[in-house]
Design a protein around this ligand. Structure first.
Ligand SMILES: [Zn+2]
Ligand SMILES: [Zn+2]
Length: 253
């Protein structure tokens, strides 16, 4: 079994003066960035640019938490990212992977950098098959995720900290916070669903009624009744009920 440890560390991003606090990932006490650099170095050297090997940085806690909770979606196509570009722009140079749960073991595998995968020039396709798979004990893994969740809540500028969160039947206070991530970039999921709800105007409706999306690549649904990007679908795993939507509204608005 492998071990996973998350630590808050400081780094300097290109776009911003001064240090930023990000999450560093340690597997078997080695920084994941160093493990990846070893794998990438022969390819980067062949490209004449050895310095791009392992040129990753950790994500902000709230970004990493978003990536981690997206794995709960039944959408198997989604591969979360755990590292990204040293410049600080998300999506600029990311490292993706697959996270699966098998018999109380969490498996990290299929690492890839989308900018070094499936390219027409095969010299630029980097093979990560020797990176992992890593096997983590589920109990210990969840301890790390709880830590991450706490950091995410403390650092996310979008999460209100002074409001009371209500738990209800079938959902916890934490669900009210976590469900918010499913209102972002949710076009793919919503298109395959039959029921969704808005946590601003509290309407419950068929996603086919959605006409507008905001954001780039994968859009975020705008509610057809109130125009706010506050729509979550059933595949989020959270109850699409007036009560739950109301609890979300009280917290988020
Ligand atoms: Zn960049
Ligand atoms: Zn609405």
């Amino acid at each position: 079994m492998d071990t996973l440890k998350l630590k808050l560390t400081k780094c300097e991003f290109g776009f911003k003066a001064g240090p930023s606090t990000v999450v560093s990932i340690f597997i078997n006490d080695k920084n994941l960035i160093d493990i990846v650099r070893k794998i990438e170095l022969p390819y980067a050297t062949k490209e004449g640019c050895p310095q791009i090997a392992g040129s990753y940085s950790g994500l902000y806690a709230f970004n990493l938490w978003d990536e981690m909770i997206k794995i709960r979606k039944p959408n198997a196509e989604f591969s979360p990212e755990v590292l990204d570009c040293t410049c600080g722009c998300k999506g600029c140079w990311p490292l993706h992977l697959k996270i699966e749960e098998k018999n109380d073991v969490i498996v990290w595998s299929d690492f890839k950098n989308p900018y070094r995968t499936n390219l027409t020039n095969p010299d630029h396709n980097w093979d990560y098959s020797k990176l992992g798979p890593f096997y983590f004990d589920k109990g210990l893994y969840e301890t790390e995720m709880k830590k991450l969740r706490q950091w995410a809540i403390e650092s996310d500028p979008g999460i209100p900290k002074d409001k009371v969160i209500k738990a209800g039947k079938g959902y916890t206070e934490q669900d009210v916070i976590d469900a918010h991530a499913f209102s972002i970039n949710n076009e793919d999921e919503l298109m395959s669903e039959t029921k969704c709800g808005c946590f601003y105007c509290l309407e419950i409706f068929d996603p086919k009624e959605i006409e507008e999306w905001c954001g780039d690549a994968e859009g975020s649904a705008l509610c057809p009744f109130c125009g706010i990007d506050s729509v979550i679908g059933e595949s989020s795993g959270y109850p699409i009920t007036k009560e739950f939507l109301q609890a979300m509204k009280e917290f988020w608005f």
